[in-house]
Design a protein around this ligand. Structure first.
Ligand SMILES: *[C@@H]1O[C@H](CO)[C@@H](O)[C@H](O)[C@H]1NC(C)=O
Ligand SMILES: *[C@@H]1O[C@H](CO)[C@@H](O)[C@H](O)[C@H]1NC(C)=O
Length: 187
């Protein structure tokens, strides 16, 4: 009586022994489960992964191009605000320095802001460095990118080619060899 009550509580599975049909059915079910797992693990997951990678990869690339914060200046270049600056080790005359910067897809230093000027002056130390300003006789100072210099800083001396020193911007005839600075935007 007690047993009967207990088996009622446990449910019909416990009361009956497994028939061979049921066992086979169960085996078949677990085979189906394995097939499902195999499908998920070896086909659906890898395919989903590939699809996600394909969808995410190009958008990540375009982000690096758009977001300036993720862009670093190459190798020896120094990152200052929105620009990259290169300070040469060797020395050349003004024209050869300009040619070097062009070969690096940059300009002989273009200086747009007082902050940049102060930074470059500090970094230039005791050395004189060519920057991207020159003039022809009777013409205004012009940046190597073709823009006319609007005289927002003073250029001392009577030369035709500008260089930076710790004292500020000075000028000479451009024949002498000295270090130089290249600049380019970060993008
Ligand atoms: C400019 O350069 C010349 C020659 O290098 C130097 O004699 C002169 O003192 C410099 N001027 C300034 C203001 O640094
Ligand atoms: C500048 O240097 C280059 C290479 O050393 C030389 O060929 C050129 O004549 C020089 N130019 C001036 C103006 O000194």
């Amino acid at each position: 009586m007690l047993l009967e009550q207990g088996s009622d509580v446990l449910g019909p599975e416990i009361r009956h022994a497994w028939t061979p049909d049921q066992i086979q059915n169960r085996a078949h079910k677990s085979k189906c489960n394995w097939v499902t797992y195999a499908l998920i693990v070896f086909i659906i997951i890898p395919i989903s992964f590939i699809i996600i990678v394909i969808m995410v990869a190009p958008s990540r690339n375009s982000q690096t191009i758009i977001n300036p914060q993720t862009i670093k200046c190459p190798g020896k270049w120094i990152e200052v605000r929105s620009k990259c600056f290169y300070f040469s080790d060797g020395t050349r005359n003004w024209t050869a320095s300009k040619t070097f910067c062009r070969s690096q897809r940059s300009e002989l230093a273009q200086i747009d802001t007082r902050q940049d000027l102060e930074f470059l002056k500090k970094y230039t130390g005791t050395f004189m460095h060519w920057i991207g300003l020159s003039r022809k006789e009777g013409e205004p100072w012009t940046w190597t990118n073709g823009k006319i210099f609007n005289s927002w800083f003073e250029i001392s001396g009577n030369g035709y080619f500008a260089f930076l020193s710790a004292d500020g911007v000075n000028s000479s005839r451009g024949f002498d060899d000295m270090k130089w600075i290249c600049s380019k935007p970060q993008i």
